[in-house]
Design a protein around this ligand. Structure first.
Ligand code: MG
Length: 282
């Protein structure tokens, strides 16, 4: 911690909003105090940490975490399965986005050179706070640090067109900046019912997705149990829990994002993640 800073609270049970931000040329993690400032957090978010008495202005908000893994669940809402003509899966379907996809609140989502079928997906993201394997369902919530908003931005042609190597999700979902996260991590104690939240996408102010996390096929404890049954879930991982119906490619006619658009993911009790859409330089 900085010289002279005093820890005013240590956290073991958590009720707070955690942000990562730039202030005076440095990057900090902090507890959000109001729209414009944060109390600096010292220590390890995944061990013991404390909130100091140093309050700094937030000059630029960053993704609230640099995830060690970005784990994603496909087809986890019943009505989204219906709109895409898919069968309801019997087990959670896992795919992974590259670390190059991490993007920040307010930062551009680029329309890349090689695709013009760029779609939004609002998703509740779980931030894993403790590492584990073979985690029983009844203990799953002990492994959650908190929640944030995610946009699982997707190139539908590179995801779906076999001539482009599609048919798996990794490439179409891993263009640079295709995973905006934020604006903050809301700790788990503040959200006692994460499978009962309104979740929406607004494109240029128009509501495109508007549903509830209660419609998830596999709820959060089930996802943690299932993923940790075949892989170690590591502290600092983020799990994107799937998107509800209303995605652009399944609309008639299809809607894709284009330069000049503004896309917002909004989740009750968590916050609002807004990004401008910009053409990548040619
Ligand atoms: Mg998705």
């Amino acid at each position: 911690m900085g010289a002279g800073d005093k820890i005013i609270r240590w956290y073991y049970a958590w009720f707070m909003r955690i942000v990562r931000f730039e202030s005076h040329g440095q990057i900090h993690t902090g507890e959000l105090t109001d729209e414009g400032s944060a109390r600096v957090i010292e220590g390890d978010l995944f061990g013991a940490f404390g909130v100091s008495d140093r309050v700094l202005p937030i000059q630029r908000l960053l993704a609230p975490i640099i995830p060690v893994d970005i784990l994603c669940i496909g087809m986890n809402y019943r009505e989204h399965a219906v709109e895409t003509g898919s069968t309801v899966p019997k087990h959670p379907m896992l795919f992974i986005k590259g670390s190059n996809t991490l993007n920040h609140p307010g930062a551009p989502i680029y329309i890349p050179r090689l695709s013009d079928q760029i779609d939004y997906e609002c998703e509740l993201a779980i931030v894993i706070g403790r590492s584990g394997k073979y985690i029983p369902r009844e203990q799953a919530m002990d492994y959650v640090l908190g929640y944030t908003c995610a946009n699982d931005v997707s190139s539908r042609d590179w995801q779906r067109n076999k001539d482009l190597g599609g048919g798996q999700y990794a490439r179409g979902k891993s263009f640079d900046g295709f995973c905006p996260l934020g604006p903050c991590i809301v700790t788990r104690d503040e959200v006692p019912q994460p499978n009962d939240l309104r979740i929406r996408t607004l494109l240029n102010g128009q509501v495109m997705q508007d549903h509830t996390t209660a419609d998830m096929i596999f709820d959060i404890p089930t996802l943690i149990q299932s993923l940790s049954s075949t892989m170690s879930l590591r502290a600092g991982s983020v799990i994107l829990t799937g998107t509800p119906q209303g995605v652009g490619f399944a609309r008639k006619p299809p809607v894709f994002m284009k330069a000049g658009d503004t896309v917002v993911v909004e989740i009750e009790k968590i916050g609002r993640l807004e990004n401008p859409v910009v053409a990548e330089g040619r």
